[in-house]
Design a protein around this ligand. Structure first.
Ligand code: ARG
Length: 560
């Protein structure tokens, strides 16, 4: 049941819509005050009364029923207490019947969401900076699908540009087929780095020529390019498999080669293209932005040109409800610019394009920087985390079977959770010790709580699910119940704000409440009815934590 909706339906304020009341209802900071609260300050202006008076009047209008046990006015807040038995029974029954689908909904039915994330550049290995886009995008993909949307995961490959001419030139001079095949993406990247360090005028000229050959469809140049692309995709797919990341499309920048001419035509017809020093631009000065470069003076297209063509293509192909771009905040201007150009072209759907920006990730032992050569490859971070996870798990419980499998889930979980736990726009410093701590706000803590719950359930054996008549509900138990009940709303909030961190925080909060319950209330040795109820609560918690972590791409080991 949607309690907020139920409450909103009971409250009538002249001149304020039910939706507005609904969205104002919040969880009070202190659960002693109530389970839900409506701050009345907002209504003071409309009603020309003080919030204190409004709250008191509303409290007098609503009487307790089988859902709401208590309605009180305190300092301008209207506080509600939920009938404990009703809520508890409802939540347990809902989790029992929905299982893996608890928290899901069909609110997105009929709507498609395109999500552009991870978007690798050919020949460039992932460094730690690629972690956020990959795991954030993947979590959003899972979350939107869970809410009934049709998510389309798009890997907008960086496979277009003069750098591939350089790469071919470098390969021709210094490369060796077997070595590159064996060394994969790192071997290609080395060639590229070497080109940038050592290439002379002649090689630069040659590189431009190779790029032209790729563009004009020359077989040898294209075969080489395709090979580099294959090696890159082989490499990233290994990482995607480990992180449980999926895509529906790998249409990259090159895919739009033949789709830009019509866009440029359209820009011309709209009178938006202007010449500037031989280049073609869209003037964005009236909007306080530098011009958006569409064609260079040599006629070459740009990153923005391809993004404009891609957005139009996506609208036509998927008829998206929203199109998200999970890309670092450093590209803010780029997105603002090309979104604006589309708006000026009269695409009313330009408002549905969203740049989901996120902050930087650095390692605690020094910020990563390509220029200083202090690059930290993502696969090394993952491997190191899994290795350390093995040690941590082994220390806690040396007798476990399948330690490798458990370490993989714990280590991968720590990498993902470490990147997702904070508000996405924050810059974060990744610390192995922190993300692998059993004590902190970590996936390990949540996974360990799941293992604890699973072990209780195993020892408990069969039980009668639910809450029997006359069973008392303690505060610790009810805190767990309320947390469980808030999961579906949390998932919706996470989707609406593009913040998987809400789900990560939810998981830690639920785990903490469960642990308090676990330590304060005896589960297995309680009297019959109470024991059944406590085991039901344990099972519901395990299910919900698994669902929450699953949305982030994190698995739960049976034992730890
Ligand atoms: N490959 C780009 C980069 O590494 C990111 C692409 C993001 N997506 C987009 N449609 N621009 O910076």
């Amino acid at each position: 049941m949607d309690y907020k909706k139920y409450i909103a339906g009971k409250i009538k304020v002249d001149g304020v819509s039910e939706e507005e009341i609904y969205s104002s209802i919040a969880l009070p900071p202190n659960s002693q005050m109530g389970d839900y609260a409506l701050p009345c300050f907002k209504f003071a202006k409309v009603l020309r009364k003080s919030p204190v008076v409004i709250a008191a009047e509303l409290a007098a209008q609503i009487s307790p029923d089988e859902v709401l046990s208590e309605i009180t006015a305190v300092n301008g807040y209207l506080n509600f207490k939920i009938n404990k038995v009703g809520l508890t029974r409802e939540v347990l029954a809902e989790i029992e019947s929905k299982g893996e689908r608890y928290g899901s909904s069909d609110m997105g039915r009929g709507r498609t969401i395109c999500i552009d994330y991870s978007s690798v550049n050919i020949a460039k290995p992932f460094h730690i900076g690629h972690l956020s886009t990959t795991v954030l995008g993947s979590a959003l993909y899972k979350i939107f699908n869970f809410l009934g949307y049709k998510a389309v995961g798009i890997n907008h490959l960086g496979d277009y540009g003069t750098q591939f001419g350089k790469l071919i030139s470098a390969y021709k001079h210094w490369g060796n087929r077997e070595e590159v095949q064996r060394g994969g993406i790192h071997a290609i990247n080395d060639l590229y780095v070497r080109f940038n360090n050592e290439a002379d005028e002649e090689m630069e000229r040659e590189a431009r020529e190779y790029f032209r050959l790729i563009e004009s469809g020359d077989k040898e140049a294209n075969d080489l390019f395709e090979w580099f692309k294959e090696l890159t995709l082989e490499y990233v797919k290994k990482i995607y498999d480990r992180l449980d990341v999926h895509f529906d499309s790998y249409a990259g920048e090159r895919f739009y080669t033949d789709k830009m001419a019509p866009v440029i035509e359209e820009l011309k017809e709209d009178g938006l293209l202007k010449e500037s020093n031989g280049a073609q631009i869209v003037d964005l000065e009236p909007y306080g932005m530098p011009p958006c470069l569409i064609l260079r003076s040599d006629g070459a297209s740009l990153y923005a040109t391809r993004d404009i063509a891609a957005a139009i293509y996506r609208k036509k192909t998927y008829d998206f409800y929203k199109c998200l771009y999970v890309v670092a905040y450093q590209q803010n201007l780029h997105f603002r610019q090309f979104f604006k150009v589309l708006e000026l072209m009269g695409k009313e759907w330009a408002k549905d394009l969203v740049h989901v920006a996120y902050g930087m990730v650095s390692l605690e032992d020094g910020a990563m920087s390509t220029r200083k050569g202090k690059v930290v490859w993502l696969e090394d971070v993952i491997s190191k985390c899994v290795e350390k996870a093995y040690a941590v798990v082994n220390e806690k419980n040396p007798n476990l079977e399948n330690k490798d499998e458990i370490a993989e889930k714990v280590g991968i979980g720590a990498v993902i959770f470490g990147a997702l736990y904070n508000n996405k726009i924050k810059d974060i410093t990744f610390s192995y010790d922190k993300v692998l701590s059993f004590e902190g706000e970590t996936s390990v803590y949540v996974q360990y709580t799941c293992a604890r719950a699973a072990s209780v359930l195993e020892k408990g054996g069969a039980f009668k699910a639910g809450l029997a008549d006359g069973t008392e509900i303690s505060d610790e138990e009810f805190e767990v119940v309320k947390a469980l009940a808030s999961f579906p709303d949390t998932v919706i909030d996470a989707a609406e704000k593009y913040e998987p961190s809400y789900i990560a925080r939810f998981a830690v909060d639920l785990a903490q409440k469960f642990n308090k319950f676990y330590f304060d209330c005896k589960i297995l040795t309680a009297g019959e009815g109470v024991r059944d109820f406590r085991l039901s609560l344990t099972k519901a918690t395990l299910r919900t934590l698994e669902n929450a972590l699953g949305l982030l791409g994190i698995g739960v080991p049976d034992k730890m």
